[in-house]
Design a protein around this ligand. Structure first.
Ligand SMILES: Nc1ncnc2c1ncn2[C@@H]1O[C@H](COP(=O)(O)OP(=O)(O)OP(=O)(O)O)[C@@H](O)[C@H]1O
Ligand SMILES: [Mg+2]
Length: 259
């Protein structure tokens, strides 16, 4: 497997009126394709800053960032948004769903941003993603009519709509109870077993235990970087069969239900 991404000496300063915040102070890291990384560390240590840079939502002050073979650190806004829609899927703690849209419409949103024309086939794909995350019977519900865990599942389906290679999640279980968090982690593990690379910020050790690798940050540095010998879920969760692959818009409502 090649490197999904490579970061060299990444620095991010935020310039406020009176002070400069040195949020990242020279971070170097490589993430292999198919890895599942938990990013941990105290509040303010730079986790979200790093995830936002990896997600091409912001640009570094200095340093290099290769996504595949492309150095994205020096790209302009249009190029970054093109990279985002081609390679990346985002899941946030607060779900970020649009209240006036239904489940299936929320899943379609990234396609709209890409300027993709919505038609029967994109609708079918989005319905199949809703089914994939176990919401096939909630297609016309609006976010307010869903539980937190269901809203996060919509967000996961939405993150998959552009068939991203890399999924970035900032505290995806931060607002959820333990049981619902585990359901979300089962889903992320299955996506990882299918070959998606995942980087997930979390504060919780028992959530990080699902990942294959745990990177801890402190004061804008990487403090430790450890492989997890026994990620939770591996061995218990089956990789979806090819015919149920999320790459093919088939009906597969069961496979994403927690075991
Ligand atoms: N837009 C911004 N402008 C100025 N300073 C910022 C900005 N975003 C983050 N910071 C600062 O950069 C540092 C790193 O913040 P970051 O959000 O990356 O931390 P974090 O590790 O994600 O923390 P948390 O666990 O609380 O989410 C903090 O000192 C924060 O105050
Ligand atoms: Mg954060």
């Amino acid at each position: 497997m090649g490197a999904a991404l490579r970061i060299v000496d990444l620095v991010k300063n935020y310039y406020l009126e009176a002070v400069t915040v040195r949020a990242l102070r020279g971070v170097s890291v490589e993430v292999e394709e198919g890895d599942f990384v938990a990013l941990m560390g105290p509040s303010g240590s730079g986790k979200s800053t790093l995830l936002n840079l990896v997600g091409c939502l912001d640009r570094p002050t200095s340093g290099e960032y290769y996504l595949g073979d492309e150095n994205v650190a020096s790209m302009d806004d249009d190029q970054l948004s093109e990279i985002r829609s081609r390679y990346l899927g985002f899941i946030f703690q607060s779900y970020n769903l649009l209240a006036q849209y239904t489940v299936v419409e929320n899943i379609e949103v990234p396609l709209l941003y890409q300027g993709c024309k919505l038609d029967d086939s994109t609708r079918e794909w989005c319905v199949s993603l809703a089914e994939l995350v176990g919401l096939g019977d909630r297609l016309d519900h609006r976010p307010m009519q869903l539980s937190g865990g269901q809203q996060q599942r919509v967000a996961i389906a939405r993150a998959l709509v552009n068939r991203p290679q890399l999924i970035l999640a900032d505290e995806p279980t931060g607002n959820l109870d333990t049981k619902t968090s585990d359901e979300i982690m089962v889903m992320l593990t299955r996506l990882n077993l299918e070959g998606k690379t995942i980087i997930m910020v979390t504060h919780e050790n028992d959530i990080a235990e699902w990942a294959k690798r745990v990177i801890r940050m402190r004061d804008g540095h990487i403090e430790s970087d450890v492989r997890n010998a026994h990620p939770r879920g591996i061995g218990q969760i089956q990789a979806p069969t090819v015919s149920h692959s999320i790459e093919t818009p088939t009906r597969a409502p069961e496979m994403f239900r927690p075991t």
